[in-house]
Design a protein around this ligand. Structure first.
Ligand code: ATP
Ligand code: MG
Length: 447
């Protein structure tokens, strides 16, 4: 009999519930991950006890989703979700279950789950409960719906995205019947809320196999919520710098950056402006002038539509806007200081990672020159930090207060004066002294 080693807290919760005369099992993701020898992120417990009965058995509980049968039991500062056996009611809108119905058997609860690998349960007395061949699918590396795939996706279209997400996290194939149903029901994704789509999409993007984006495109999934990606997949680039379509190049860049939220998103969107900016020169070579600016604007629009938070949007748009900077100019320390001001000192290292990945996914044409440029972009950045050069208003030797003391009025003019001083200091770091800067303001007629 398969034995899963349960954490002490989980054993305790299951024992308390069993002693009260109810059933309790570990279910879902934690069983799947344990069989795979991976550390589960959290342990979910399914029980025959009703929520009020669970609450009566433990000191500290939280009503997490009491209407859906979930009570969180707190032990040693960790929360364990304990959920009453249930099935989802009708999914009238293919989006939210209209209601949930509590049921009396574990079997019924397992049947409503999405994939065979997610529909197993375990406790020490009964061992593994695997009604749908989840263990076999784990061995074969298969994502397969519980029961009839079309029915399951009609109930909740988000499961279509979850199938690709799990296959990308685990490096699995999707069963052909499940794939066929995904393709034909893809349009139902339009009914799913962007918040839920974004969560699954990010898990895929941050997985070890972000290149499964191409599968999402082939199955017609991105067309439903990110049609701009489809356009990239269908845009050739006839240009010596490139050896792939915009879309395939993009996927290579996404693969080449580490699994960081901002970096993976910036990689995904860095060339999103290219299709709109493409024009063929007389030489039959495609050019994409202005694609970074257009791309940054498009990225903002897309990310708002996809309900990303403001800070993530700001960082990603900034990286998209500057990803192409420094390719056709000679890189000087001064150029780098201005770039540091524009990008921000914190975000600058990510810009460098993105630029490296971008070049690695291009052709070999001028690759050596590009790498030399990146080496300088890094070196001068580090030198500016080591020497403590002023890069932003915080580092300027005069503050707004000093200008007011010298006789200026608070207001837009004062802000403008500070920005002008910063420009001067970025060009001439040695001028960053109060006396010199106040002298400049006199010279310009501000004082
Ligand atoms: P992760 O490690 O990413 O949390 P997980 O398998 O725990 O993976 P969750 O989204 O936390 O995934 O869901 C927990 C369990 O609930 C799943 O294993 C699955 O059995 C079930 N489940 C979750 N969402 C759905 C859904 N939309 N349709 C059917 N079953 C679902
Ligand atoms: Mg989970």
């Amino acid at each position: 009999m398969l034995k899963i080693s349960l954490p002490e807290d989980v054993k305790f919760i299951m024992k308390v519930i069993a002693q009260a005369g109810f059933e309790a099992y570990a279910v879902g993701g934690c069983v799947r991950d344990s069989i795979l020898g991976r550390e589960p992120e959290d342990w979910d417990i399914a029980t025959s006890a009703a929520p009020y009965q669970v609450k009566a058995l433990f000191h500290r509980t939280i009503d997490t989703g009491i209407r859906h049968g979930t009570v969180t039991v707190m032990l040693h500062r960790t929360g364990y979700e304990v959920t009453t056996y249930r099935i989802d009611g009708e999914y009238l809108d293919g989006r939210h279950p209209e209601s949930v119905r509590f049921v009396s058997s574990l079997e019924e609860d397992l049947r409503r789950r999405d994939f065979t690998i997610n529909a197993m349960a375990y406790n020490d007395s009964r061992g593994l409960v695997d009604l749908f061949g989840g263990r076999r699918d784990l061995e074969q590396g298969l994502v397969r719906c519980v029961g009839n795939a079309k029915d399951r996706f009609e109930e909740d279209a988000l499961r279509i995205l979850r199938a690709v997400r799990f296959s990308a996290q685990l490096g699995y194939q999707i069963h052909p019947f499940t794939r066929d149903a995904m393709r034909s029901l893809a349009p139902n994704l339009k009914k799913v809320s962007m918040e839920r789509i974004q969560m699954e999409f990010m898990k895929l993007l941050l997985s070890p196999h972000p290149e499964y984006l191409e599968q999402m495109y082939e199955l017609g999934l991105t067309a439903q919520f990110l049609p701009e990606f489809d356009v990239m997949m269908e845009t050739e680039q006839n240009n010596p710098h490139h050896c792939y379509t915009v879309g395939v190049h993009t996927v290579r860049v996404v693969q080449a950056v580490p699994g960081d939220r901002v970096l993976r998103l910036a990689a995904l969107f860095h060339d999103i402006g290219k299709p709109a900016c493409r024009w063929a020169g007389e030489d039959h070579v495609d050019h994409f002038a202005g694609h970074a600016q257009v791309g940054s604007d498009m990225t903002e629009q897309i990310m708002r539509r996809m309900k990303f938070d403001n800070d993530t949007i700001r960082q990603v748009c900034c990286l998209v806007l500057y990803h192409d900077m420094g390719n056709d100019v000679s890189i000087t320390p001064e150029f780098v200081r201005f770039l540091m001001r524009d990008v921000g000192v914190e975000l600058y290292p990510k810009l460098m990672v993105l630029k490296d990945a971008d070049v690695a996914a291009q052709s070999d044409y001028q690759a050596e020159e590009k790498r030399e440029n990146h080496r300088r972009l890094r070196q001068y950045y580090e030198e500016a930090l080591e020497r403590g050069y002023c890069i932003n208003l915080k580092g300027l030797a005069v503050k707004g207060r000093d200008l007011i003391d010298a006789g200026m009025q608070p207001g837009t003019q004062l802000g403008e004066a500070l920005e002008k001083l910063l420009d001067e200091v970025l060009s001439h770091p040695e001028w960053n002294e109060k006396r010199t800067l106040l002298g400049k303001l006199k010279e310009w007629g501000y004082l």
